[in-house]
Design a protein around this ligand. Structure first.
Ligand code: BMP
Length: 258
């Protein structure tokens, strides 16, 4: 039986995108496959989460456009915290428009997302990420394509998901992986990231459906768990983030040693 490649081995693959390689190295060094979804509405609180929970995570996910109080210095301070604690920043913008429109939005607009976010997400519906890659590639940025969704009744399934994988393969100089429910391609250069994670499986919040870190990383062979409310609504966030990190990491070590 063929042993699965470790995160550290995948980081050294000849065709890997430098940003995917950096992420896999961070995951290996910090023993963390946890992305914190910092879904709070105050910019100061995002910064405080980044500083206090940063040592436990490989990535911090923002939705910058819904921050209520976003100080001018927010993105600079977030970048400094990402350096300090060695994690990547992922603004989960879900770009899904024409080449020209996404380009302007990614490069400028209110938030100049390309200037500070290592990674952004995009829907594959427009059929291309060229507008984004024109802006992001020269800066060494990467993109995650939404191949599946964790919501009940999602339309991103079957043939659609297959088409997303093909799109990623054709644009692998910018697309570093997927938002998906499980591993969807055997190509080890791509990163699989999965939301809808809590310690208790089977929970629902509006149309969100939850499963566990063990299920996502061990059974479904994804690479990174994305956790929001599981940490944010816990009475002790530091304790919660450490237990998600540990569960996710243990599930990974069990998977690769099989
Ligand atoms: P929570 O763990 O609180 O349910 O947060 C999950 C996060 O992942 C949210 O920011 C949500 O927007 C995002 N997300 C998701 O839940 N399902 C998807 O299919 C795609 C997402 O980006």
């Amino acid at each position: 039986q063929k042993l699965e490649l470790s995160y550290a081995d995948r980081a050294k693959l000849p065709n890997i995108h430098p940003l995917a390689s950096k992420l896999l190295r961070i995951m290996d060094e910090k023993q963390s496959n946890l992305c914190l979804s910092a879904d709070v509405i105050s910019g100061e609180e995002v910064l405080q989460l980044a500083d206090s929970l940063g040592p436990q995570i490989c990535m911090l996910k923002t939705h910058v456009e819904f921050l209520k109080r976003c100080p001018v210095s927010f993105t600079q301070r977030l970048q400094a915290l990402a350096e300090k604690h060695n994690f990547l920043i992922f603004d989960d913008h879900n770009f899904a428009d024409t080449e020209n429109t996404v380009k302007d939005h990614y490069e400028g607009g209110l938030y100049y997302i390309s200037s500070w976010s290592h990674i952004v997400s995009a829907h594959a519906v427009p059929g291309l990420v060229k507008g984004l890659s024109d802006v992001g590639k020269p800066l060494g940025r990467g993109c995650l394509l939404r191949a599946e969704m964790s919501t009940q009744g999602s339309l991103a399934t079957g043939e659609y998901t297959k088409a997303v994988i093909k799109m990623a393969e054709e644009q692998s100089d910018f697309v570093i992986g997927f938002i998906c429910g499980s591993k969807i391609t055997e190509r080890p250069e791509f990163i699989h990231m999965t939301p809808g994670v809590q310690m208790e499986a089977g929970g629902h919040e509006l149309a969100q459906q939850y499963t566990t870190p063990e299920d996502v990383i061990h059974n479904k062979c994804s690479d990174v768990i994305i956790v929001g409310r599981g940490v944010l609504q816990a009475p002790d966030r530091l304790k919660a983030v450490e237990s998600y990190r540990k569960e996710g990491w243990d599930a990974y070590t069990k998977r690769i040693s099989q």
